[in-house]
Design a protein around this ligand. Structure first.
Ligand SMILES: [Ca+2]
Length: 504
């Protein structure tokens, strides 16, 4: 037997839950789900960055399954909603971050902010199966005024708004009336730092404040700051995670560590790290670290935040190793959308765009002995994480889900049922680009803009930077994918903005 076949045979023997039709494994694994905010595909060493430094993250990636084509929506809210509920945007009505929307009620179905309790989250079946769970960091699955969303007309005539960051008049209602929209209403034992907001800048001045919310005092009403152990938010959230795992060592536990970093406002972790990255040569392949002047300082600050993220991932691994928890803990690492305003010459677009730079994110699953270390190009979507968590935990979940478990990839192969399936996106409200429906299947990605009917087709294998729209040159492929996309919309009765010119 060759070494790979030998490894697979050993894994097959050791992983009954992954075999077709197998019974549940008696010991459910602990799950640590690290979700980083706005971390770009190429902002980690394991995807080739030589400017940003992520040695701890890279080690985990190398000994795990790297998903090279892991996709989110282009912004926080729809991605986080899809991750949590396993449902597409058109079911939850969460299409983008409401305060970012551009245009009027003809051009948009204005997005919801609050995820309705008719949409269960993966944390609920996990809690029912005995998981002790904590939510740490950015929640963003509730709007500042849930009652306004519930009482108002639908679709709305105006987009939803938010208060000034330092206006805490909403807190009282959220602690009582709207708690069901918070982690505690979703099966978690505790919520630390999760609010409606998409960034940590809650003190007077918001983004312009000195700390940006990344340095203590954090001013977060959902965080106990009486005995702060750390003065830097990313360190503090990691300490909370470690304390929780200490408390619940006997497991199984779910730690959702959804860091606020590396979202704006950017703040340098330390003057020393800032100096280090200001002096470091840039990377000619990605363009990272090569920006001039003020933008270079921006990149160096960002790099210091990434290094701090990496240090903290290292702390988690060290804790698990020291406590003999590593083998029964699966670590899932991803980001909620592409990089925001940084440079990456290897992909088109950034946060807000449906191009690869906006939706393809750095992702891996590490589970010693259960996940064969390798890289795969099989595409996965945000809606696939919920069913994957169910399979990892051996839960037979019966609710409606739009995705598919990608746990079959763990054994070392790419089953055609996963490799060749289509992935879909529906963006019915707009920010940086027009509303659109999207299908990715095989090597191809087709974007249909709803207000104009314009089509863009890209061959991602030959043209990873999406420089050549080949819709006109490949009418057969275009028609075939458009047919699948249209059939998907029709089968799901996907609502479209009033100005859409595409019919079914
Ligand atoms: Ca984000």
């Amino acid at each position: 037997m060759n070494p790979r076949a030998c490894l697979l045979a050993a894994m097959a023997a050791a992983t009954p839950l992954l075999a077709a039709g197998a019974a549940q494994e008696p010991g459910r694994p602990n799950i640590v789900f690290i979700l980083v905010d706005d971390l770009g595909f190429a902002d980690v060493g394991f995807n080739g960055s030589v400017y940003y430094e992520t040695p701890n993250i890279d080690r985990l990636a190398k000994s795990g399954l790297v998903l090279e084509n892991a996709y989110m929506y282009p912004t926080c809210s729809p991605s986080r909603t899809a991750l949590a509920t396993g449902k597409q945007s058109f079911r939850t009505g969460v299409y983008t971050v409401p305060v970012l929307e551009q245009g009027d009620d003809q051009e948009n179905l204005f997005s919801r902010w609050t995820v309705g309790d008719e949409h269960p989250m993966y944390s609920q079946p996990l809690a029912a199966a005995g998981y002790q769970s904590i939510f740490i960091g950015k929640w963003h699955l509730v709007g500042p005024y849930p009652q306004e969303e519930l009482d108002g007309p639908w679709p709305r005539k105006e987009q939803l708004g938010q208060p000034d960051p330092w206006d805490f008049s909403w807190v009282g209602d959220h602690r009582k009336k709207f708690m069901k929209y918070y982690p505690e209403g979703r099966g978690y034992l505790r919520n630390v730092a999760g609010t409606y907001r998409g960034d940590p800048a809650l003190e007077v001045g918001g983004y312009q404040s000195e700390t940006g919310g990344y340095f203590a005092p954090f001013s977060n009403p959902f965080m106990d700051e009486r005995n702060p152990k750390d003065t830097w938010l990313t360190d503090h959230l990691t300490t909370v995670a470690i304390d929780f795992m200490k408390e619940h060592k006997d497991g199984p536990f779910l730690v959702d560590l959804h860091y606020y970093t590396v979202h704006a406002p950017l703040r340098a972790r330390s003057p020393e790290l800032l100096e280090k990255y200001l002096a470091k040569p840039g990377d000619p392949r990605t363009g990272q670290g090569l920006e001039p002047g003020k933008r270079h300082e921006h990149e160096a600050i960002y790099a210091s935040m990434i290094e701090s993220l990496d240090d903290n991932v290292g702390r988690i691994v060290e804790f698990l190793d020291r406590n003999g928890l590593r083998d029964n803990t699966v670590i899932v690492f991803t980001s909620d959308n592409g990089q925001s305003g940084k440079r990456n010459d290897t992909l088109r677009g950034s946060k807000g765009y449906i191009y690869e730079g906006g939706i393809r994110v750095p992702t891996f699953v590490n589970w010693p002995g259960k996940v064969a270390p390798r890289r795969t190009g099989t595409p996965v979507h945000a809606v696939d994480f919920f069913p994957t968590f169910m399979e990892m935990a051996g839960i037979d979940y019966q609710g409606l889900l739009d995705g598919q478990s990608f746990a079959p990839l763990f054994a070392g192969d790419d089953p055609p049922a996963l490799r060749d399936r289509p992935l879909f996106w529906q963006l019915s409200s707009q920010w940086k680009q027009g509303t659109c429906s999207v299908i990715r299947k095989g090597d191809f990605k087709l974007i249909q803009f709803l207000a104009t009917g314009e089509l863009e087709l890209y061959d991602l294998r030959k043209d990873p930077r999406e420089e050549h729209n080949i819709a006109g040159r490949h009418p057969e492929t275009t028609e075939r994918l458009l047919g699948e996309l249209t059939a998907w919309r029709k089968a799901n009765q996907v609502p479209l903005p009033p100005n859409a010119v595409v019919g079914e």
